[in-house]
Every structure is written in structure tokens, then in C-alpha cells.
Write a protein that binds this ligand. Sequence first.
Ligand code: HEC
Ligand code: HEC
Ligand code: HEC
Ligand code: HEC
Ligand code: HEC
Ligand code: HEC
Length: 426
Amino acid sequence: MRNISMFFRSGIRTLIFAFFILLLSQVSANAQSAAEGAALFKQKCTSCHALNQKVVGPALKGISDRRSEEWLIKWIKNSQAMIASGDPEAVALYKEYNEAAMTAFPELSDDNIKSILAYIKEEGDKPAAAAGAAAGGGAEAKDDEISNLMVGGVIILIIIAFLVILVLNRVIGTLESLFNKKQGIKEEAAEPKASWSDRVEAFKLRFKNKKFVFFVVLLGLILLGSYASVTMWNTGVHQGYQPVQPIKFSHQLHAGVNQISCQYCHSGAFTSKNASIPSLNVCMNCHNYVQATEKYNGQISPEIAKIYKALDYNPDTKEYGDNPKPVEWIRIHNLPDLAYFNHAQHVAVAGIECQKCHGPIQNMEEVYQYAPLTMKWCINCHRETEVNHKDNGYYDKLIAAHEQLKKGEKVTAAVLGGLECGKCHY
Ligand code: HEC
Ligand code: HEC
Ligand code: HEC
Ligand code: HEC
Ligand code: HEC
Ligand code: HEC
């Protein structure tokens, strides 16, 4: 009989262990999926939706309580198809929003959408003040909260798992004695309740068991190692960084709605190493007149007034004072000094669109860092992207030099462009 119950006990222990590991991975998977959802939401939805207020579309807080998941997946993939098919909820919503069409997102998988919904739920569940602070504090604060949540969840799970083990142990004990009674087996009186010192002794004995010690050390090493490697991988990577800027300048409004070309403000990207941030004089080309007064009961927009203040400009007299101060925009993208990156080479020579590296800037209310800017990121693109060598004097020379080499002629630095003034002079 002992054998059977021993067998059960060890079986149940294994099960509990597996269950515990499963729960752990579930917690981290949830946190990860909300993080993935956050990125997708920012990329694809923030141009029209916020959580707590109506923008172009409705506020999405609590959406999973209002609609079924199945409905939401269908709607987000293609709301127009749903309206066309006559779904009553979809039609009513569409009418309520004056038939403003929501973009279709056929590229999102069910899992993508579930993670967006997970993010909306997690973010919406936060008290309003905390959510506001998180939005203000930028992505870093949000990540911190996610990891805090994770740690909290893990601790709670450990406690629950512990309680479950205790209860199961009790149940097994009771069942065993019942079973023994029925079979007429006497309780083994020779097994007195173990005293504390016995237990400590047994515990110590465990640590004499080499296999057990090996297992514990291995587990410790794996946990420590994965923690260390994740931390190291993420050091200096600021993907998602979104500081609050001194003036609420919206790319969505300027580059998106008003279709101002990137070149108008970031002309450097086409001609030099740095894309550069425009000076306030560029803003004044429009904001001399555009003051958004209709939004503020005839007053000048407080955000536009910041431009005037920085330039020491008096909008009534239209005169500039002599005490201008530059606006201190907070730099978002920043490679370490040891790496050289040149915009003109990528934008003008290779013909790569800004969005490939900076994401859908024209939809961003506030700019955030879209790409990781790690060396791996640079290298992967260099591996994949074919060079456009047509109409490019530099590659013409290379190809010519190659032909010369094939013919056995000598190739000098001059052949490779070593006589061009710009190679030696600024
Ligand atoms: C071009 C603007 C636009 C974009 C981008 C957009 N939506 Fe919408 N969304 C709307 C509008 C407008 C409505 C209201 C219904 C209508 O008019 O079609 C809506 C409605 C919804 C609804 C239904 C809300 C309710 O109260 O039932 C959900 C859910 C939703 N959107 C989710 C998303 C998600 C998730 C994304 C990003 C993947 C997204 N939307 C991107 C404009 C947009
Ligand atoms: C009307 C002027 C204007 C236009 C048009 C404009 N930008 Fe900007 N851009 C700014 C200003 C001002 C900032 C600094 C404030 C900020 O980060 O929002 C900026 C910041 C940025 C940044 C972040 C810079 C950093 O600190 O790392 C990127 C990337 C960027 N713009 C890309 C673009 C792209 C791509 C387009 C075209 C789709 C574009 N911008 C159009 C004015 C403009
Ligand atoms: C080509 C014209 C143009 C340029 C250049 C331009 N803007 Fe604008 N800006 C607009 C228009 C149009 C609006 C919308 C005004 C409205 O809502 O009535 C606007 C709105 C704004 C607003 C929002 C005002 C509010 O409170 O709603 C801010 C802030 C702003 N611009 C800042 C800037 C800054 C900073 C720059 C320079 C980096 C700049 N703009 C360059 C045309 C321009
Ligand atoms: C191949 C990727 C790539 C492309 C394409 C690209 N950028 Fe950048 N951008 C970067 C990187 C990397 C940085 C950070 C550079 C640094 O820190 O030295 C950056 C920085 C910036 C900045 C911050 C200021 C500066 O000059 O460092 C602005 C503004 C900017 N980019 C705008 C643009 C615009 C506008 C375009 C399109 C015309 C564009 N970028 C195209 C990768 C790219
Ligand atoms: C979207 C793809 C893409 C990304 C991302 C990218 N590059 Fe490039 N890069 C290119 C292409 C294409 C060329 C070749 C351009 C040409 O024809 O001269 C190039 C050329 C270069 C060159 C010149 C090489 C030479 O032989 O002259 C340097 C340096 C460079 N990239 C640095 C970087 C750095 C640093 C990063 C990351 C911060 C980066 N690139 C990210 C596509 C990319
Ligand atoms: C291989 C590199 C190289 C190339 C290519 C080159 N230069 Fe120079 N250049 C120099 C150096 C080095 C000096 C400084 C020599 C000295 O001070 O004695 C110089 C000096 C000069 C000066 C004199 C400046 C002064 O203050 O005395 C001029 C003008 C000049 N270069 C023009 C050009 C022009 C125009 C071209 C293109 C046709 C050109 N260079 C190509 C390396 C180069």
C-alpha cells in the first residue's frame, strides 16, 4: 500500500512542478503579449483612437466588456466588410460616427489582435492618474510597470502553488489513512510525528544527495543566466522611447493630415549626415498666421504661443524682441559616438524611405523610437537590401575598376575616385 501512495505522491509532485512552471511561463507570456499589443496599438491605432477619450474613433477603454472577442477580431480585420454584411452592431456604430470608415487591418493575425486587446485591457484597468503618469513618463515607465506587474504576479503564484501543495498533501494523508482503515491495516504506529530536528536533519540529508544539489545549482544557473542575458541584450536599447517634448508638436497633424513633406523640415536627411531638427523660423512660415484661435475661444493656442515666447515675438505688434531662446527638443534617436550613420547615403543614394527606419511617423502624435537601432538591426538590413547601382558614379567606377582588374591592368587610388576634391576637402 505504501508503494501506491508513494507513487501517487511523487506523481502529484511532478504534476505540481509542471503546473507551476506552466503558470510562470503564462505570466511572462501575458506580459509579453501586452507589450507586443502596446507596440501595435501605437503603430496602427493611435492616429484615430485613444483609451480614455474619443478621437476620430471611440475611446477603447473597456472595449472587451462591450463587445465579444470574436466580433472585435472581425471588426478590426475589416470593419467595412462587416458593415456591408449588415451586422446590426457594426452598422449602428458606423452611423453613430457619421460613416467615418476605419482602416482595415488584414495584416493583423488573430493573435496580434488579441495582444492589442490585452494591452487595452491592461492599460484601461489602471487608475486614471496612473495611466496619465505612464503616458507622460513615456515607454520606459510603462515597461517598468509591466515588469512590476510580472514580479507581483509571480510572487502571488508562488504563494498559491505553495498552498495547493499543502492542501494536496493533507488530502493524500487523509485518503491514505481512510484506505488503510478500510483494508484493516493498522496505522504504522512506529512512525511517530517527525520532530523539527528530524525534519531539519532530513532537509540536510537532501543536500548530501549529489543529484539534488546538482539540480538546484543548475536551476539557479539557468534562472540567473537568462536574467543576465536579457538585461545585457536590452542595455542601451531604447526602442519605444517617447519623451514628452517642450512643445506639443504633432507629426500626425503636420506630416499626416496637412501632408507637409519631411524634406520641408528635415532637409538635411537628403543632403548630409544629420537629418536635423528645423529651427523655429521654419514654423513661423505658417504660424505667423496659423494660431488655431478657433479652438481656444479666440485666444492664441497656448502651444503656438510657446513658439512666440521662444522667439521673443510679439504677435500683436508682429515684432521680434532681442532675447530669443532655442526650444530644447529632447533628442529621441541617438547612436553612440562609436558608430557612424549618414542619412544622405541611405535616403538619397540608397533611396530608403524614412518610414522604413522611423516607422509611421505621419501617424504619430508624439514621436517614439520605432527601430531598435542595434548593430544587429543595421547589419540585417545591409545583408538583405540590394544596392541600387544604376546612375551612380561611385558604383560605375567600381565596376570599371573590376573590369580593369579582370584584364590584368593595375588599379590606382585615382581610378577609385581618389582625385575627387571632396574626398580630401570638406
Ligand atoms: C483611420 C482611423 C482609424 C484607425 C487607424 C483605427 N480605427 Fe478603429 N475606429 C475608427 C472609427 C471612425 C470607428 C467608429 C466606427 C466607424 O465609423 O467605422 C472605429 C471603431 C473601432 C472599434 C469599435 C469601438 C466600439 O465602441 O465598439 C474598435 C474596437 C476599434 N475601432 C479598434 C481599432 C484598432 C484596434 C485599431 C488599430 C489596429 C483601429 N481601430 C484603428 C477609426 C479608426
Ligand atoms: C513641420 C515640420 C516637420 C515636418 C513636416 C516633419 N517633422 Fe519630424 N520633427 C519636427 C520637429 C520640430 C521635431 C522635434 C520634436 C519631436 O520630436 O516631435 C521632429 C522630430 C522628428 C524625429 C525624431 C528626431 C529625434 O529626436 O530623434 C523623426 C525621426 C522625424 N521627425 C521624422 C520625420 C519624418 C519621417 C517626417 C515626414 C513623414 C517628418 N519628420 C516631418 C518637425 C517636422
Ligand atoms: C506648412 C505650414 C506649417 C508649418 C511649417 C508648421 N505648422 Fe504647425 N500647424 C499648421 C496647421 C495648419 C495647424 C493646425 C491649426 C489648427 O488646428 O487650426 C498647425 C498646428 C500646430 C500646433 C497645434 C496647435 C493647437 O493647439 O492645436 C502646434 C503646437 C504646432 N502646429 C507647432 C508647430 C511647430 C513647432 C512647427 C515648426 C517645427 C510647425 N508647427 C510648423 C501648419 C504648419
Ligand atoms: C536607414 C535608416 C534610416 C532612414 C532611411 C532614415 N533615418 Fe533618420 N535616423 C536614423 C538613425 C540611425 C538615426 C540616429 C542617428 C544618430 O544618432 O547619429 C536617425 C536620426 C534622425 C533624426 C534625429 C536628428 C538627427 O539628424 O540625428 C531625424 C530628425 C531623422 N532621423 C529624420 C529622418 C527623415 C526625415 C528621414 C527620411 C527623409 C530619415 N530620418 C530616414 C535612421 C534612418
Ligand atoms: C533599411 C536598410 C538599412 C538600414 C536599417 C541601415 N542601412 Fe546602412 N546602408 C543601406 C544600404 C542599402 C546602403 C548602400 C547605400 C549605397 O549604395 O551607398 C547602406 C550603406 C551604409 C554605409 C556605407 C557603406 C559603404 O560601403 O560606403 C554605412 C557606413 C552604413 N550604411 C551604416 C549604417 C548604420 C550604422 C546603420 C544602423 C544604425 C545602418 N547603416 C542601417 C541600408 C540600410
Ligand atoms: C588626395 C587628396 C586631395 C585631393 C583629391 C584634392 N586635394 Fe586639394 N589639397 C590637399 C592637401 C593635403 C592640401 C594642403 C596642402 C598644403 O597645405 O600644402 C590641399 C590644398 C588645396 C588648396 C590650397 C588651399 C590653401 O589654403 O592653400 C586648394 C585651393 C585645393 N587643394 C583645391 C583642390 C581642388 C579644387 C581639388 C579637386 C580638383 C582638390 N584640391 C583635390 C589634398 C587634396
